[in-house]
Design a protein around this ligand. Structure first.
Ligand code: 26W
Length: 822
């Protein structure tokens, strides 16, 4: 059989090569000798895509079976990352395609790296949606991810003179081989206009919305493979187009300019992803983006449902619709409108269907991130929806009044309309009221939702709010990005861990096997060397793979406290300058992440990182033991390199601010130890790996709260802590800015006079903890044991577990394996 599988292999490789040549010739229109790398990337991708079609079409067929319930995952962001590599892994074709490509005289890595990643998300929330699509397919749960096909995704970041510069992300330019345009599934979406009452043919009083304008929504489908299963799910992204471009007859008689203008206006709707993470801005175009994709998606699900059933009575049995944060919460009034105005349901029956359809995931506690649209704006853009929201609210508040007689304050607090000043529609309230389930994304986060942010809703409906702790997919974040580690693990315990991450526990006894431990260290070392080699092009051969790689990659935000990390670096720099014999291991501090273009303080933090790097890296007194590196343009692709090479993972947000974090999980799975606060999922990670394998520092949520009410004064701390004072003063006096004392003043002043995220309060605890980290790192055997135990205990943080929780607790849906028939 060995021999026959070998001939199968070589047969398949022959077929793959023929596939490449065919695609080059017929699809790309080039001879192999004239083909560019892009031609080859496309030819290989189309060949691989063909291998998915059988499963894809059979899966679509099975969606149309009455027995299977479908998850509709509504998300304004899907940060998928590159497709080719992932699809090769999920198909089990990596080795064969790699050899076929090699026999064409090319390198599979080159081809894989050529892909322009679809960065249609800001960070955590968008990447979570992508991990969940992977797990849904792998667990054989029928699902459609619905979102927006932004023409420009997350901006590309360049660092110029230490500052962030934003460049447009033209990801579709080279051609996207993974999507199918489905022109025949186009839908129409209205905007603006007015509503009117009328009497229908049967004498019923009805309302209709007469939109002022229409746009077309065109779906583009991307297949989402599961890991070694036949199930292929669907990512359906909507693109906006003008309805009758260049048709001058109807409205714009002979008005060429006007017609073109209308077309341009329509197409701006899906032009660009808003790059603001955790900060709400009430931009009208953003509101319409949200409504646009939600309306397209709801119409699409209704169409699918009516293809199988005579009416929408049983819609909630067929679809579980998840709202990924409040960005798609306008789905609640939109579905009411479709049911009442279009399908002529009564309010009561429509409400019953709606409230058995939606479930809402909350991803943030930051007040500035909560979406609230000015009533006037919402009424202008979506007049019918505002009426429906008012009616939902009025009926809901009646219920509240009956539950809490005489309590006018609770009515004011729970109302969908915020009437404390200018009137706003609170989207979180709409999502809570319009669905049957609400969830937070980590135990601590859910507890805080229950006790603070959503406490009134929790009191009203005690069973509605539950926790589903986030997870990440081990396919992309281990198998794909860390092949050395994946091979080592599989050679020790088999490869069952890839689909059942709890199996990593079988690694625990290996901590006493010195050979295994050495191999583990070698993997980490090789991963570190890879990245050193990569950066030697840009920086010269300065990075030392024996140093500790201390990494913080995530969006740049004050609550995540990159500047706390910096204060420690400056302190270490001063100690090294003062004492050349200081007994600390060499360390490279690595940062990566994007700042929202309008977030001045975050951009200043990036400048400070690069300024410190400039001084420290060129100072021969310290630069053999302390280096700082800012990796530009952190995205999924760079994440593939970063998580596997890290020794230390920085998860240092102020307790109570990070809803969950998911980078923390990716690091730990790849054998990094965490220095972190008791925030988000750090709490559960520490619980799983055991306290002795986690570097904990800082205040917990209660202490943060107590300090806040007692009155927090950062200046007192500054005055009482010599090391801290010296570090801040060094920055303030212009040591890292060529003597310029003004440059970093806004940051320094913010720390000294406000310090909203209590950086100074946690400073000493952080520095002390970092001291301990350094000591443990010098004991290589101990560090390695801790690292292995971290990875071994990451079972809980597979997105497979998260999705299984959603299925059981919220969606009430079971696996539905796809069978292949020709
Ligand atoms: C409207 C402005 C805006 C835009 C994006 C507000 C909030 C967001 C996202 C919800 C921000 C986000 O990505 N939140 C992150 O979600 C992750 C997945 O649950 C969590 O792990 C992170 O802790 C949370 O910050």
């Amino acid at each position: 059989t060995d021999c026959s599988s070998h001939t199968n292999d070589s047969n398949n490789i022959k077929k793959l090569k023929r596939g490449f040549a065919y695609k080059l010739f017929y699809q790309q229109g080039v001879w192999p000798q004239n083909a560019s790398l892009n031609d080859y990337y496309l030819a290989v991708s189309y060949t691989v895509r063909d291998r998915m079609q059988q499963m894809f079409l059979n899966s679509i067929l099975s969606l149309q079976k009455k027995e299977s319930k479908i998850v509709g995952y509504l998300s304004a962001e899907f940060l998928m990352g590159p497709h080719l590599h992932n699809n090769l892994i999920n198909l089990g074709l990596y080795d064969q395609v790699s050899r076929a490509v090699e026999e064409c005289g090319l390198d599979i890595k080159q081809i894989i790296d050529h892909e322009e990643e679809p960065g249609l998300g800001n960070g955590g929330l968008g990447r979570l949606a992508a991990c969940y699509l992977d797990s849904l397919a792998s667990l054989q749960i029928p699902a459609i991810g619905y979102g927006i096909r932004y023409e420009f995704g997350m901006f590309d970041q360049e660092i110029k003179n230490g500052w962030q510069k934003e460049l447009g992300d033209r990801w579709l330019q080279p051609g996207n081989p993974w999507e199918f345009k489905k022109a025949d599934l186009t839908v129409e979406v209205g905007a603006r206009g007015h509503t009117e009452q009328y009497t229908d043919d049967h004498g019923n009083q009805r309302v209709r919305w007469v939109p002022g304008g229409m746009v077309k929504g065109i779906p583009y489908d991307t297949p989402v493979l599961g890991y070694r299963v036949n199930n292929v799910n669907l990512l359906r992204l909507w693109s906006a187009e003008a309805p009758k471009s260049f048709d001058f007859d109807d409205f714009n008689v002979g008005d060429y300019q006007g017609a073109v203008h209308e077309k341009i206006m329509a197409e701006t709707i899906t032009k660009v992803l808003y790059p603001n993470d955790e900060h709400f801005r009430g931009k009208e175009l953003r509101l319409f983006q949200q409504y646009f994709f939600v309306s397209c998606s709801m119409q699409d699900m209704v169409r699918i449902h009516l293809f199988m059933f005579p009416n929408l009575d049983n819609f909630p049995d067929k679809f579980a619709v998840q709202l990924n944060d409040t960005h798609p919460a306008i789905a609640v009034p939109e579905f009411m409108r479709l049911l009442i105005d279009v399908h002529h349901y009564s309010w009561e029956r429509a409400w019953d269907i709606v409230t058995h359809t939606f479930a809402y995931t909350n991803h943030t506690l930051l007040p500035e991130a909560l979406e609230k649209w000015p009533v006037a704006m919402l009424g202008r853009v979506l007049p019918r929806h505002l009426e429906i929201i008012y009616e939902i609210n009025s009926r809901f508040l009646d219920l509240v009044r009956i539950k809490y007689p005489g309590d006018v304050d609770v009515v004011r607090r729970m109302s969908i309309i915020d009437e404390s000043g200018e009137r706003y529609v609170r989207m979180a309230h709409l999502a809570c009221i319009g669905g049957y389930a609400i969830n937070g994304v980590a135990e601590l986060h859910t507890r805080l939702l229950k006790n603070h942010t959503l406490t009134d809703f929790h009191r009203l409906w005690p069973d509605k709010l539950t926790n589903v702790t986030n997870g990440v997919t081990p396919r992309r974040w281990m198998v794909l990005s860390n092949p050395r580690l994946a091979r080592l693990i599989s050679s020790a315990i088999g490869d069952g861990w890839i689909t059942n991450l709890y199996k990593l526990r079988e690694l625990e006894p290996m901590v006493d096997d010195p050979v295994f431990c050495e191999k583990w260290q070698q993997v980490k070392f090789d991963n570190k060397q890879d990245i050193c080699a990569m950066f030697s092009c840009a920086y010269g051969p300065m990075f030392n793979p024996y140093a500790m790689f201390d990494v913080q990659v995530k969006r740049i935000h004050e609550y995540k406290r990159q500047h706390l990390n910096l204060l420690h670096i400056v302190n270490l720099y001063q100690r090294l300058k003062n004492n050349p014999n200081l007994d600390v291991p060499p360390r490279i501090f690595i940062f990566g992440g994007k700042a929202a273009p309008g977030y001045t303080m975050a951009k200043l933090i990036i400048k400070l990182i690069n300024s410190i790097a400039e001084v420290v890296n060129s100072d021969p007194d310290v630069n053999t033991r302390l280096q700082v590196l800012f990796i530009p343009n952190f995205n999924v692709q760079i994440g593939h390199m970063v998580y596997p090479m890290a020794d230390l993972s920085e998860q240092i947000s102020l307790a109570g601010k990070e809803a969950s974090g998911t980078g923390n999980m990716k690091f730990s799975m790849n054998g990094a130890l965490t220095i972190g606060t008791l925030d988000g999922a750090n709490v559960e990670i520490r619980e799983e790996v055991a306290p002795e394998n986690f570097f904990l520092f800082g205040m917990d949520v209660n202490e943060v709260q107590e300090l806040g009410t007692a009155g927090y004064d950062p200046q007192t701390i500054y005055n009482q802590n010599e090391g801290l004072k010296a570090a801040i003063n060094l920055i303030a006096t212009g040591h890292f800015s060529h003597g310029d004392r003004e440059l970093f003043r806004p940051l320094i002043d913010s720390l000294l006079y406000h310090d909203p995220y209590m950086v100074l309060a946690d400073y000493q605890s952080y520095v002390d903890c970092q001291q301990k980290v350094g000591e443990v790192f010098q004991d290589t055997r101990r560090w390695t044991k801790m690292a292995i135990l971290n990875a071994a205990r990451m079972g809980k943080f597979s997105s497979d577990r998260s999705i299984a929780d959603y299925c059981r607790k919220i969606w009430k849906i079971k696996p539905f394996p796809v069978e292949l028939k020709l």
